[in-house]
Design a protein around this ligand. Structure first.
Ligand code: PSV
Ligand code: MN
Length: 425
């Protein structure tokens, strides 16, 4: 028996319909443009990372929650559950070897039955696995020893092969490689080794695949990271070729970095490939998207919409949209629903920006008016629009409320027990 099905969702929608209809009608009266945005929101899908379905830990400890998914089948089912509730989470992103599909056909079928696709596959050379021949303690694709590099290259190729069996179309490479002390590493050699290794991975990509090169300014290394920022990622992507792109993870920047500007320029270069959504106060905090800096999220979407439109890109399919978060305190499924909601709201607000008026204000150096235009979109409550789009897609008007009303976590705990710990960080 499914823990949630159509009849639960219909019941929830019936209960909340009257209030929703009033809010939606008022919004439509005030902002007729909203009707033209409904379908764009419905098409926009955000992939769920397989490693965010369990309770994440910090290096100080981990406090697991009840009913965590103990198998890949259960992880796919959890994403199916999210997708049933919001119809915006129709994809899962796997991390290998945390989620090796033992029987790809079975997993594929399960995913299809839940309307779930396989988004980017992620390699992991930031941890040693039991029985592994060479250690990644001093890096992987950058390593001074060719044997270690070869092992990491082979792993990335293997990840591509797993992904191909499931229907993925992209590989995301994030490297922990770097150094923690001055003098430990020759920067140039590390970069060149990484490039050389990535070239071999790139050559293994099927013709319709893309590789996303993720960057991160620090952590786990504290002095240098070999792919530390968008410049270094872009250099690699440019040298690798047309199937290589930069991936922006919102938590991977130094404090106050202007991420919206980075996004605008990467789109100008046609080199933005993927996105990892999360939020943070200090660094790579992996908090719920939109929970700390919702205005920044809106400004990023404002540039995304502007840049994708200028390039003639399809908003829903041209980039790999994904959440990359960890849930130490909240129920991971509720947290993911909240992240997707924040993403949808920011996207809707960006679609509401009066771009013609903004262009004129920019031409006239009318700084105040430019700000008014952006904030007019940002300060409009578009929650009824996002809910209406969900309603028309057959999802719940309020996914979090529907989840709570139906005691879903309790049902999962009854099925799976309270002691399972999901794989991940
Ligand atoms: C690294 O911090 C990262 O953002 C990369 O995307 C990893 O693949 C993911 O988190 C999970 O560790
Ligand atoms: Mn990431």
């Amino acid at each position: 028996m499914n823990v949630i099905d159509k009849k639960h969702i219909d019941k929830h929608n019936d209960m909340h319909h009257e209030v929703h209809a009033r809010r939606w009608n008022n919004l439509k009266l005030d902002r007729p443009k909203v009707e033209s945005i409904v379908d764009k929101l419905a098409a926009f899908q955000v992939a769920i990372p397989s490693w965010a379905l369990g309770t994440g830990g910090t290096r100080f400890g981990r406090f697991s929650g009840p009913g965590e998914p103990g198998t890949l089948d259960e992880k796919v089912s959890d994403v199916g559950l999210l997708h049933a509730l919001n119809k915006s989470s129709g994809a899962i992103s796997l991390h290998i070897p945390w989620d090796i599909p033992d029987d790809p056909l079975r997993i594929k079928k399960l995913a299809e039955s839940l309307d779930i696709k396989f988004d980017a596959v992620n390699s992991n050379t930031f941890q040693d696995q039991p029985g592994q021949k060479h250690s990644y303690k001093f890096g992987s694709l950058q390593h001074v020893d060719q044997k270690v590099r070869d092992q990491a290259i082979a792993h990335n190729k293997e990840v591509i092969d797993y992904g191909a069996e499931l229907g993925s179309k992209s590989l995301t490479v994030w490297l922990a490689d770097g150094s923690s002390f001055p003098g430990q590493l020759n920067f140039r050699d590390a970069f060149e080794n990484t490039l050389d290794s990535l070239k071999q991975v790139y050559n293994h990509l099927p013709s319709d695949w893309r590789v996303f090169v993720e960057y991160k300014c620090f952590e786990p290394n504290f002095y240098s990271t070999t792919i530390a920022d968008w410049g270094q990622s872009l250099m690699l992507a440019n040298k690798l070729g047309k199937k290589a792109f930069t991936l922006v993870d919102l938590g991977h920047h130094l404090p106050n970095a202007n991420i919206e500007q980075i996004v605008a320029l990467l789109l100008m270069e046609q080199k933005l490939g993927g996105f990892h959504f999360n939020d943070s106060k200090y660094a790579d905090d992996d908090l719920t998207t939109g929970s700390i800096k919702p205005y920044q999220l809106f400004l990023i979407f404002n540039e995304l919409v502007d840049g994708m439109d200028r390039n003639g890109m399809d908003h829903a399919t041209s980039l790999g949209w994904m959440i990359d978060a960890a849930h130490n305190l909240k129920d991971p499924l509720v947290d993911l629903l909240q992240s997707v909601e924040a993403i949808m709201i920011a996207y809707a607000q960006a679609l509401m920006v009066d771009r013609e008026a903004l262009k004129v204000a920019q031409k006239n150096n009318d700084v105040s008016l430019a700000q008014e235009i952006l904030q007019d979109a940002y300060r409009t409550d578009l929650r009824p629009l996002v809910a209406e789009s969900r309603l028309r897609s057959g999802a719940a008007l309020n996914p979090v409320e529907c989840y709570v009303e139906n005691n879903i976590r309790q049902k999962l705990a009854d099925k799976r027990g309270v002691d399972v710990v999901a794989t991940g960080l």
